[in-house]
Write a protein that binds this ligand. Structure first.
Ligand SMILES: [Zn+2]
Ligand SMILES: [Zn+2]
Length: 355
């Protein structure tokens, strides 16, 4: 089968012919129908996360060569002898945050917190959807997406799930429209659709890019504000009657974190959830955390249980789908570059030829 693999961090992906896996036991082989290109692919490809200045957190390749792609929507083509309840020919979204299966985290529905040294995350530790076929270790990781369009379905496995998990941790109150979402990029837009479906909230969206803000406005944001606006904090305070109660930061940069570190913009007792991995560093003035009685917390993807809740909303057609651009897998390198350079509005996925 064909696969577009990272062979060396930072170097262009190589198109390679690799062995098509054969499922045994509980394993299932799916043919990649579409695979979302997520911003974390940029970091995995580069091999690090930025910690500010010159500091970098390495994400070394765990294999000789890796087909990335963790937002996989695939059609079942082959089953191991121990698989039941899964139909050949049916399409599923694969939950990619697969753990070792032996640790405490894995035993308590926190597989996504399994140690980075032992996880078997699809498209990160083992080959994912930049390959024509993907081996999924168990049917419990496969989710029916109802009549979701092929190009959209995979996005629920990472960006959708992350957004859903972040919303669950943001102390939201149904109908309370004092929530700020930072980013009108793919993740921001998806979260906008999910927050409307799950919480009937129309948040304020902040971004640096007016074109993206326009998309957010069309997608139902109650207000959009450019983050460069000098009156940003005042405007938020005005729109939210004194400050946001929850801020969800899908960018995660020193500049966006200002909203969490200052007195204004957020109400006392508010929750600031950091999801984005753009990176950097910041000074936290400790009394501000006390005086604002604020919670600052990180969110990393989501659990299998959260995936199951989210996919139920998806199957019930509660979530309005965002537009996803389809590109051929042969454009994987260009797509990673475009994403890195902020040239992609909305979401993008790769499809294979399956000659
Ligand atoms: Zn992702
Ligand atoms: Zn584990």
């Amino acid at each position: 089968m064909k696969a577009y693999q990272v062979v060396e961090n930072g170097k262009p992906l190589e198109k390679r012919e690799i062995e098509k896996p054969i499922p045994t036991g509980k394993e299932i082989l799916i043919k990649t129908v579409a695979c979302g290109v997520c911003h974390s692919d940029v970091h995995i490809h580069e091999g690090f996360f930025s910690l500010g200045e010159e500091a970098k957190l390495p994400v070394p390749l765990m294999t000789d060569a890796l087909a990335m792609g963790h937002e996989i929507y695939g059609e079942v083509v082959e089953l191991g002898e121990g698989v039941s309840g899964i139909e050949i020919g049916k399409k599923y979204v694969a939950y990619p945050w697969i753990g070792c299966g032996n640790c405490d985290e894995c035993a308590n529905d926190r597989e996504h917190y399994c140690s980075p040294l032992t996880t078997k995350n699809l498209g990160i530790n083992v080959d994912g959807g930049y390959a024509e076929y993907v081996l999924v270790p168990d049917s419990k990781y496969l989710f029916d997406a109802g009549d979701t369009p092929d190009e959209v379905a995979g996005s629920y496995a990472c960006r959708g799930l992350t957004a859903y998990s972040a919303l669950k941790k943001a102390d939201l109150v149904k109908g309370q429209n004092t929530v700020v979402i930072i980013s009108a990029g793919g993740l921001g837009l998806l979260s906008l659709k999910i927050i409307q479906a799950a919480y009937s909230i129309n948040p304020i969206v902040i971004d640096i890019d007016d074109e993206k803000l326009e998309l957010a406005k069309q997608a139902g944001a109650s207000e959009v504000i450019n983050s460069r606006d000098e009156k940003l904090f005042e405007k938020i305070a005005e729109l939210t009657d004194g400050g946001a109660t929850s801020v969800i930061d899908f960018v995660g940069a020193a500049e966006t974190f200002e909203l969490a570190s200052g007195m204004f913009g957020m109400k006392r007792g508010g929750t600031y959830v950091i999801v984005g991995l753009i990176g950097g560093e910041t000074n936290l003035q400790l009394p501000m955390t006390t005086l604002t009685a604020r919670t600052i917390r990180g969110v990393y993807v989501g659990s299998l249980q959260e995936m199951s809740e989210l996919m139920e909303l998806v199957r019930e057609n509660k979530i309005e789908h965002v537009e996803v651009e389809k590109r051929n897998a042969s454009e994987a390198n260009k797509t990673l570059n475009d994403l890195k350079n902020g040239k992609i509005n909305g979401l993008v996925c790769l499809t294979h030829d399956h000659e």
